[in-house]
Design a protein around this ligand. Structure first.
Ligand SMILES: Nc1ncnc2c1ncn2[C@@H]1O[C@H](COP(=O)(O)OP(=O)(O)OP(=O)(O)O)[C@@H](O)[C@H]1O
Ligand SMILES: [Mg+2]
Length: 604
């Protein structure tokens, strides 16, 4: 990727607009404060969104803007974009791609597409400041992704210190047999890290469970079981007893009820005085009929005789008159006295007869009344007697079904409640035994999980970015990285040799002119500038960013600058952009000019 053009507006030291067409290689020259670093910062900010230290909006302006044109050197595809920051609270950044407002995310994607470099790597490789501030760990993870070959699982296993069978098993379960690179290592590390948390949870949970369980139970479980069975049997017997005593009491009540019933019935039967009917009712009925007939006959006779009397009396009347008794029309003067007497006697005889019959009827009526009364009494007796018979039959039935009084069950010598309490006590002791057994099972489990946790914990440590495995892998390939650096350096400054050491990550050291290997922090400013150039160059070769930005070259002496400038110039075709900056001392100017690197002068 190549940066073709830069336009800045109110960026740091620049007030107003400043346009810059960037050739493939350029050295910015100018006095202190001329604005060289501002240009470099603007490029870095435009490309990555990384804000440099200090205020980026010019003091006299309310916004700062950086516009860039970048190009894919292979496809020639070009991208124009800008980032603008407004002096508001909070700050507002506006991003435009090809003149249109867009998001930072889209811009990142498009820059990644054009450059072919992921943004996180672009941020590192385009800034010497960022590179010089990388921790050994960050540096190690940056270069580790460029290890030239893939590893076998056994290679990795051989790098693990204090390997336990459990650790080996885990590695064999989750790491492929071959084709292992650092991404594979990283995903294995993540897996182990996550699993470790799960195992930890399990361990903690087991500890909690174990804490709740008794550590000892001084009881004989067999004895307790036997005792419990006995007690259970006793309870069953108790239940049986309750059933029997209830039945017994019920039988008593039934017997009592029965006796009461029987004696009540007997009393009742006793009280019924009726005697067995003798069959006299038939005769009585006949007699009554007969009497009724006689009475009726009497009344018929009386009525007939009364009629006769009445006729006689009429006849007497007629006889008293001088008319013929045959017809009143016939006058009769016959003496009728004898006839009258005769009639009167007949009447008398009739009246006597009636009197006698009436007397007889009275007698008959009295007999009828007596006979009816006797029949009624007979019937009443018969009904009562039947009642007696019925009662007697009920009594007989009752006596046939005389209830049995059950045998009284023998009294229990213990109480059910007491037994229950004893059983509860046994149950709790048995539970304690069981809990105790469970505790030892859980303790065994805890031991397994604790060992597993230790294994996972060790694996996490060993496979961590700072851990032995990655360090070992790095050390194994450090020579590869050292070679890249020393190849570049050797030709121009053979005294400045590079070595890569592992110490919680990778620490690069450079030998100074006295042959001492020192890390970046211990080097002089000039040595630092050279060191950074070599390291940036190496990273650029690995990552492929092809952009080299080196500020503050004026800290180098003439000789150092010369060799660096020569190196850069010789290898400039490895880069799409080389941007250097130095104070415009005449010596520096001359040195740069002598190498043929074009320069841009910034006057104050
Ligand atoms: N926000 C700002 N507003 C105005 N001026 C600023 C702002 N930030 C920095 N400056 C000034 O801009 C000028 C340019 O600074 P810059 O760091 O680019 O100079 P330089 O050329 O790199 O100098 P040196 O050689 O000392 O590194 C300086 O005078 C600095 O004080
Ligand atoms: Mg500067």
């Amino acid at each position: 990727m190549r940066i073709n053009k830069l336009v800045i507006e109110n960026f740091k030291g620049y007030e107003g607009i400043k346009e810059l067409d960037l050739p493939q290689i350029i050295c910015l020259l100018g006095a202190n404060g001329a604005g060289k670093t501002s240009i470099i910062d603007a490029i870095n900010y435009g490309l990555t969104g990384n804000e440099p230290a200090g205020e980026i909006i010019n003091t006299n302006a309310s916004y700062a803007k950086v516009y860039l044109e970048i190009e894919n050197t292979t496809s020639k595809e070009v991208l124009h974009f800008s980032r603008e920051v407004k002096n508001t609270t909070p700050r507002k950044t506006t991003i435009k791609i090809e003149g249109k407002t867009n998001t930072a995310k889209v811009l990142t994607q498009m820059i990644e597409n054009i450059s072919g470099i992921p943004m996180d790597k672009l941020k590192i490789t385009t800034s010497s400041e960022v590179i010089s501030n990388l921790s050994p760990q960050e540096f190690s993870s940056l270069i580790l992704s460029y290890i030239p070959e893939k590893l076998k699982r056994n290679d990795v296993i051989s790098l693990v210190p204090a390997l336990t069978p459990g650790m080996k098993d885990t590695i064999e379960s989750f790491l492929p047999e071959s084709d292992i690179d650092l991404d594979t290592i990283e995903s294995f590390y993540k897996k182990v890290f996550e699993d470790r948390a799960m195992i930890r949870k399990k361990v903690d949970a087991l500890k909690l469970i174990i804490d709740e369980l008794p550590s000892s139970a001084p009881f004989d479980s067999n004895e307790l079981l036997l005792k419990r069975d006995e007690l259970k049997k006793a309870i069953l017997l108790g239940e049986e007893y309750e059933k029997n005593i209830n039945a017994y009491q019920k039988s008593l009540i039934q017997a009592q009820k029965y006796n009461e019933q029987v004696s009540a019935l007997e009393r009742e039967i006793e009280s019924i005085k009726a005697v067995r009917p003798n069959g006299a009712d038939k005769d009585l009925k006949n007699k009554i009929n007969e009497l009724n007939n006689l009475i009726n006959n009497n009344s018929v006779i009386i009525s007939t005789q009364m009629n006769s009397i009445s006729e006689f009396k009429n006849t007497l009347d007629l006889l008293s008159k001088p008319v013929c008794p045959i017809s009143p029309l016939i006058v009769c003067h016959e003496d009728k006295t004898s006839a009258k007497n005769e009639i009167e006697e007949s009447i008398k005889a009739l009246e006597n007869s009636i009197q006698l019959i009436e007397k007889n009827t009275l007698k008959l009526r009295s007999d009828l009344e007596n006979a009816t009364k006797t029949l009624d009494e007979y019937n009443a007796n018969a009904i009562e007697y039947q009642r007696k018979l019925d009662k007697m039959s009920i009594l007989k039935q009752l006596k046939n079904n005389q209830p049995v009084i059950l045998e009284k069950p023998a009294e229990l010598t213990y109480k059910k409640e007491e037994l229950k309490i004893k059983i509860e006590d046994i149950e709790s002791k048995l539970k304690m035994i069981k809990d105790c057994e469970q505790r030892s099972t859980k303790e065994k489990q805890l031991k397994i999980y604790s060992e597993m946790y230790n294994d996972y914990n060790n694996l996490v440590k060993v496979f961590d970015k700072k851990g032995e495995v990655r360090n070992a892998i790095v050390s194994k390939y450090l020579g590869f990285f050292e070679d890249i650096c020393n190849k570049r350096s050797g030709k121009y400054r053979p005294n400045n040799k590079f070595i890569f050491e592992t110490n919680k990550g990778v620490v690069v050291k450079m030998s100074n002119d006295k042959g001492l290997y020192l890390p970046y922090q211990s080097l002089s400013n000039g040595e630092k500038a050279y060191f950074l150039f070599i390291i940036m160059d190496m990273i650029n070769q690995l990552v492929g960013t092809k952009i080299m930005v080196l500020d503050e070259l004026s800290v180098m002496d003439k000789e150092a600058l010369m060799s660096l400038a020569k190196t850069i110039n010789d290898f400039k075709n490895d880069y799409d952009n080389v941007i250097l900056a130095a104070v415009d001392y005449s010596e520096i100017k001359d040195t740069i000019l002598s190498t043929g690197i074009p320069n841009l002068y910034f006057g104050k």
